[in-house]
Ligand binder design. Sequence first.
Ligand SMILES: NC(=O)c1ccc[n+]([C@@H]2O[C@H](COP(=O)([O-])OP(=O)(O)OC[C@H]3O[C@@H](n4cnc5c(N)ncnc54)[C@H](OP(=O)(O)O)[C@@H]3O)[C@@H](O)[C@H]2O)c1
Length: 295
Amino acid sequence: MNRATTTRPLPILTYTLSLALAVVAGPGSIALAGGHTGGSPKTESIQLDASLRSDARGTVLITGANRGIGLDLARNYARRGWTVIATARKPAKADELNALVRDNPRVKIERLDLLDHEQIDALAAKYADTPIDVLLNNAAILGEPNDQNFGTFDYELMERVFAVNVIGPMKMAEAFADSVERSTMKKIVAITSSQGSITSVRSPAIVFYNISKAALNMGMRSNSKALKKRGITVAIISPGAVDTDMMNLALDRAGVQFKLMTPQDSAEAVINIIDQYGLELTGTFLSHRGTVIPW
Ligand SMILES: NC(=O)c1ccc[n+]([C@@H]2O[C@H](COP(=O)([O-])OP(=O)(O)OC[C@H]3O[C@@H](n4cnc5c(N)ncnc54)[C@H](OP(=O)(O)O)[C@@H]3O)[C@@H](O)[C@H]2O)c1
């Protein structure tokens, strides 16, 4: 589903996706003003070039690759000549991914539900001898926004959002760390969200999702400390405000619309940032524009 338009001004009271808008508005709107980032080197000076392409090729494993940003990450990596292990919960129904496989023999589809840790372990065992250059933790859920309002929190949903968005990528990182360490590039990437920035939060909407992304950031930053000595870079990247089912559900419930990036443009920028994201930046929270987002 693609429907990106600007149809009316944002009502202030339903201005729930302010951070995503800040990212759309440009790097200046998320520039650090001496905020606490804890990054190293000096985070204020970090500016990667989101348009800079690399010729590097390797093997990438992408979760949630059947639709949205994940599908375009898979398509983009395939065009660049990478070997792509694209995971989906229901491969038989992943029509666009199956079409990609037909045109690209280097793309493989694997069944994977992040809620199923035995399945994660089995997949990691299957690829134990395969060096994985980039483990790309993309899959996540938003959860029904109307069930995330203070006073009527749906705690089962809160647990599910946490299980998919936080525990899933943490389990993936542990399960695949050896395969990543065996590779040339050695990168574990978490697709996070600027909604996980505690400093910048302005609205109580989609609170479970926001909590999950803040927790994911902390989990991945902690992993970056644990994995640095093994030469593994942990990248924490927000993909921008992108025209996908997830974003459109959030906007529908908030009653707002604004111009969104295409998944193709987001994937291109995110991959270019991943290419430039080295061990010296490990554990830094970056936007798809290559600028630091405050924690
Ligand atoms: N879109 C945006 O503007 C935006 C902004 C900031 C951050 N992000 C982040 O970008 C990433 C991709 O989001 P998106 O917008 O592309 O979302 P999306 O269109 O809703 O796609 C989500 C993907 O995650 C998969 N998934 C959901 N639950 C899963 C589970 N239990 N196990 C494995 N896979 C599961 C989905 O598979 P099914 O088809 O089987 O459900 C789907 O492939 C997410 O991490 C999201 O938080 C997006």
